[in-house]
Design a protein around this ligand. Structure first.
Ligand code: URA
Length: 221
């Protein structure tokens, strides 16, 4: 059981609006519209753009990162900075077309704080993740992907289990909603932070590649 379930007895205006839209892309647009207007946590105060996510509404694969960084905040699109470049390289190597998957994050607005007069990224707080989860839950409800791939420990802890341990549990399958399977691997930014030769980046890449192969094998099965 993942953290992406919700009490279906609850029905709020967002569900009604989603229900009025027939096609999946339209339903995702409704969710995106709400995300862009959302003020449910403090992150809206510092955002330039909210980043609801993008990609194919009928994709079998949904990729979930931690949250937008500076570039994503400026462009309103997920994974367009350095970590995005690394994700793109992984997708190219796996022969996955980026527009054919749906890419989003556990929080849709940049988490940042002022350090020496400059806004710096920070990890999202639990209250921010919880405030944003209904959007992710609904995106999963609309897309009903076969696989949800979490990038990094925070995504694993927000989607799979609050006690998720990336070192021990990456590459393992977990049960997701609507018959989906969830798997987590290291975040591209973590690989980048490890840097060059002798730093362990090569081992990390190997493990990420193994995890991606599992996803591909399952999706093609
Ligand atoms: N890191 C994330 O987790 N998500 C993005 O969109 C960009 C960087």
């Amino acid at each position: 059981m993942s953290l992406l379930t919700r009490n279906l007895d609850l029905f709020d205006p967002l569900d009604a609006e989603i229900g009025e839209r027939g096609e999946m892309a339209g339903q995702l647009e409704v969710i995106a519209g709400h995300v862009k207007r959302c003020q449910d946590c403090g992150l809206h105060r510092t955002r330039t753009h909210a980043v609801p996510g993008e990609g194919d509404a009928s994709s079998g694969l949904m990729i979930v990162g931690e949250g937008p960084g500076e570039n994503e905040d400026l462009q309103g699109r997920p994974f367009v900075g350095k970590a995005g470049e690394m994700l793109d390289r992984i997708l190219v190597a796996a022969e996955i077309e980026r527009p054919s998957v749906f890419i989003t994050n556990v929080v849709k607005c940049r988490a940042c704080e002022m350090v020496e007069g400059r806004l710096q990224n920070r990890a999202p707080h639990m209250n921010e993740i919880n405030a944003c989860r209904p959007y992710l839950v609904r995106q999963v409800e609309v897309i009903q992907p076969r696989v949800i791939l979490c990038l990094g420990a925070p995504a694993g802890r927000s989607v799979i289990d609050s006690g998720f341990n990336i070192t021990e549990q990456r590459g393992q399958w977990f049960e997701g909603p609507y018959g989906s399977r969830i798997i987590a691997t290291f975040h591209p930014a973590f690989i980048l932070r490890r840097g060059g030769a002798g730093s362990g980046a090569r081992d990390l890449k190997k493990m990420v590649w193994e995890d991606i192969q599992k996803v591909l094998a399952y999706l093609s099965g």
